[in-house]
Design a binder for this molecule. Structure first.
Ligand code: NI
Length: 196
């Protein structure tokens, strides 16, 4: 799947593709005044209702994606797993969240299996919900996703989506974000400032 990086900001500014220019201006916008994060109501992998409040008290690493994603999402979640291994080996310092942008296929039952994939963070929370619930969470985090039909494939559609990992503090306040090109070391460096 093509890595399609699109951020929608309040202005709104759309950043298509992955140019350095776009990435840089995106960073400026985010570290400026854009509000990232906010209230959500979702269902976790144990089919329990959760809100943003359930994850406060610890910093959070948050990634939006979908379990059918062949490469982008697993790569990001494995990076998250590596950061955990390095900085949070017991998995109790940070809350790890994967929020589905494909609620139609990502049921809590299927996410229960998915979050236990090799290399993903231990204790990864897999969140999904109704389309409306997911849309609200996406809006709060300025996440883009778009369903794309596939005619000659076993699966009938894929989902293009932002490839961004968010780092929030223990109060749910946005601290930093990472693109797919950011290394484990770069993510670790930012996370270490809060949990080191
Ligand atoms: Ni993906």
């Amino acid at each position: 799947m093509k890595a399609l990086i699109i951020l929608i900001f309040s202005l709104p500014i759309l950043l298509f593709g992955c140019s350095e220019q776009a990435a840089k201006s995106g960073k400026n916008v985010i570290s400026g005044s854009a509000e990232i994060g906010g209230p959500f109501n979702l269902i976790n992998q144990d089919n329990l209702l959760v809100t943003e409040n359930d994850f406060l008290g610890k910093p959070q690493l948050i990634y939006f994606g979908f379990s059918y994603c062949p490469d982008i999402c697993p790569t990001a979640l494995q990076k998250m797993g590596s950061v955990q291994e390095e900085l949070d080996p017991d998995g109790d310092l940070i809350n790890y969240l994967f929020i589905s942008v494909d609620p139609e296929r990502d049921t809590s039952e299927s996410l229960k299996l998915y979050v236990e994939s090799d290399g993903f963070p231990k204790g990864l929370n897999g969140l999904t919900g109704s389309k409306e619930q997911v849309d609200k969470a996406k809006l709060a985090y300025k996440v883009y996703s778009q369903r794309v039909s596939l005619s000659d494939s076993k699966v009938d559609y894929t989902v293009d989506h932002s490839d961004i990992m968010y780092f929030m503090d223990e109060n749910g306040v946005f601290i930093d974000f990472f693109f797919g090109k950011n290394t484990i070391q770069e993510i670790g460096e930012a996370v270490r400032k809060l949990v080191g």
